[in-house]
Write a protein that binds this ligand. Structure first.
Ligand code: NAP
Length: 244
């Protein structure tokens, strides 16, 4: 039977690249989205028309009930759930004095509570099968902190703590939990940066360029594969040498 993966936030960027790679590798893929119905549907249609096993599921990862429903529907449709990729995320930049409580809560709710929600909903079925792989997308800012990104850095650091704790909790059940901490990756998330800001940033990256969504997807697929069976509780930095 084909293995099944849920990729949260797969309507674009890193999530979309990951969904495409998993589909090409023969997995049943659930493309989760929240707002971008059009892009999620377009991606799903193009993969299905190429013969791949893909569906879309709308769910706001910050909402427990919606996440639970998404997981139940996935299990109903595909019979099992082997891999969860917690990729959905949003960014927020601003001085702490300009970061309202509502902004802080929103960033934590999507980027950190969203990971908790999805893990909580998938774990029972993985535990009952004594196997599963969870990959959480953190950020290098969760490792070293970004100036003017207090909420985002805190949420992404929280994802790393959650990853390590859950890895210890689930190892006896044959489930691995790892995190990826990307650096500057070429997606919509950085579309607010001007050419000058991007050029300045890139000049500080030892490998001298931005990363691509495909490079993150390849690492996610590796950590989901049998080749990574003995890896758990780790944080894989993919940042062109920016954080060493
Ligand atoms: P992106 O292109 O902006 O895509 C973000 C994705 O997250 C979209 O598919 C979006 O779906 C989804 N999303 C946002 N809020 C959601 C919610 N409440 N529920 C479900 N889905 C939601 O960003 P990206 O660069 O691919 O980012 C993917 C992950 O990598 C994020 O966790 C981000 O923090 C992390 N990351 C990115 C970079 C970078 O430089 N790009 C660096 C480090 C870490 P909808 O549009 O459908 O809502």
């Amino acid at each position: 039977m084909n293995r099944t993966v849920i990729v949260t936030g797969a309507s674009k960027g890193i999530g979309a690249a990951t969904a495409i790679l998993f589909a090409q590798k023969g997995y049943n893929v659930v493309i989760n989205y929240n707002e971008s119905f059009e892009s999620a549907s377009l991606l799903c249609r193009s993969l299905v028309s190429n013969g791949y096993s893909v569906i879309t599921q709308k769910a706001n990862v910050a909402n427990r009930l919606e996440v639970d429903l998404m997981v139940k529907e996935t299990l109903y449709k595909f019979g099992s759930l082997d891999i969860l990729v917690n990729n959905a995320g949003i960014a927020f930049s601003g001085l702490i004095t300009d970061t309202d409580e509502v902004d802080f809560d929103r960033i934590i709710d999507v980027n950190l509570k969203g990971v908790y929600n999805c893990c909580k909903s998938v774990v029972p079925s993985m535990v009952s099968r004594q196997s599963g792989k969870i990959i959480n997308i953190s950020s290098m800012w969760g490792q070293v902190g970004a100036s003017c990104e207090v909420a985002y850095s805190a949420a992404k650091a929280g994802v790393i703590g959650l990853t390590k704790a859950l890895a210890k909790e689930l190892a006896p059940s044959g489930i691995t939990v790892n995190a990826i901490a990307p650096g500057l990756i070429e997606t919509n998330m950085n579309s607010n940066l001007s050419i000058e800001e991007l050029t300045d940033f890139v000049s500080t990256i030892p490998l001298g360029r931005m990363g691509s969504a495909d490079e993150i997807a390849a690492a996610i697929e590796f950590l989901s594969s049998d080749k990574a069976d003995y890896i758990t509780g780790q944080v894989l930095g993919i940042n062109g040498g920016f954080v060493i």
